[in-house]
Design a protein around this ligand. Structure first.
Ligand SMILES: Cc1cc2nc3c(=O)[nH]c(=O)nc-3n(C[C@H](O)[C@H](O)[C@H](O)COP(=O)(O)O)c2cc1C
Length: 205
C-alpha cells in the first residue's frame, strides 16, 4: 500500500509562498503532512506573506488550517524538540521529506548531520533510511561552501532543487511562478499534479 505520509520543513530562506503552496497541494492530494517550522521560517512567513504563526505547534496548526481552509486531520505540526514525533525515528518516519524553502544554514546542518533540532534530525533519519530527501535551496549567489554542501548531499542521493522557476510557460503572476516550482517538487515526490502544462504537450497542438 502507498505510504501517503510526508515530512515538510519550512526554514528561514526566502520563498515562504513555495512552502505554503506545497503544503496546500499535499493536503489536497490527501497526504498526511508532518510539518516542521524553524524560528527563522516564522519570521520569513510573516515578512513575505503577512502570516504570523503563534509559537506553539497546536496554535500554529490552527492558524494554518484557518488560513488554508484545509482538513485539520491530515496536518501534524511538530515542535522543534518533539523527539517523540514519528519523524524522529527510522522506525516510524515517512520515507519522503522536503525542505522548502531550505536556507543555507539548514543546508549546512543537514550536510554535517547535526541533528540539533527535530527538523535536522528528521532529515538525518530520511538519509540514513535511504529515503527521499529534497532540498529546495534558496540563496544567491552561492558561496563555495554552499556548493560543496550541495555536492556532498547530492552524491549521497539527496535531490538539490534550487528555487529557480522557469519562464517558458509565460507566467502572468507570482502565483504562476510559485506553482512552477511546486509542480516540479510534486513531480519528484510522485504526487499527481496539474498545476502547470507539461513540456511538449501544450506547444504541439
Ligand atoms: C526575510 C528574510 C529572508 C531571508 N532569506 C534567506 C535566503 O534566501 N537564504 C538563506 O539561506 N537565508 C536567508 N535568510 C537568513 C536565514 O533566515 C538565517 O540564516 C537563519 O538562521 C536560518 O535558520 P534556519 O535554517 O534554522 O531556518 C533570510 C532571513 C530573513 C529574515
Amino acid at each position: 500500500m502507498q505510504d501517503k505520509r510526508i515530512t515538510l520543513a519550512w526554514t528561514g530562506a526566502s520563498g515562504a509562498p513555495y512552502g505554503l503552496r506545497l503544503l496546500e497541494c499535499l493536503l489536497a492530494a490527501d497526504y498526511q503532512v508532518y510539518l516542521l517550522i524553524s524560528s527563522a521560517a516564522r519570521v520569513v512567513l510573516a515578512t513575505e506573506h503577512g502570516l504570523k504563526l503563534p509559537s506553539g505547534p497546536d496554535a500554529a496548526k490552527q492558524a494554518l488550517v484557518e488560513h488554508l481552509n484545509c482538513d485539520a486531520s491530515k496536518l501534524v505540526v511538530c515542535g522543534k524538540e518533539d523527539w517523540f514525533s514519528p519523524v524522529a525515528s527510522g522506525s516510524a518516519a515517512p520515507k519522503k521529506m522536503v525542505v522548502c524553502p531550505c536556507s543555507a544554514g539548514t543546508l549546512a546542518s543537514v550536510a554535517h548531520g547535526m541533528s540539533d533540532n527535530l527538523l535536522e534530525r528528521a532529515a538525518d533519519v530520511v538519509m540514513k533510511e535511504r529515503g527521499q530527501l529534497l532540498l529546495v535551496v534558496r540563496e544567491t549567489p552561492f558561496s563555495t561552501l554552499h556548493l560543496e554542501n550541495m555536492l556532498k548531499l547530492s552524491k549521497m542521493g539527496v535531490t538539490i532543487m534550487p528555487a529557480a522557476p522557469g519562464f517558458y510557460h509565460q507566467p502572468e503572476s507570482i502565483e504562476d511562478l510559485v506553482d512552477f516550482m511546486v509542480a516540479r517538487i510534486l513531480d519528484h515526490l510522485g504526487v499527481e499534479q496539474g498545476l502547470v502544462p507539461r513540456w511538449g504537450y501544450d506547444q504541439r497542438h
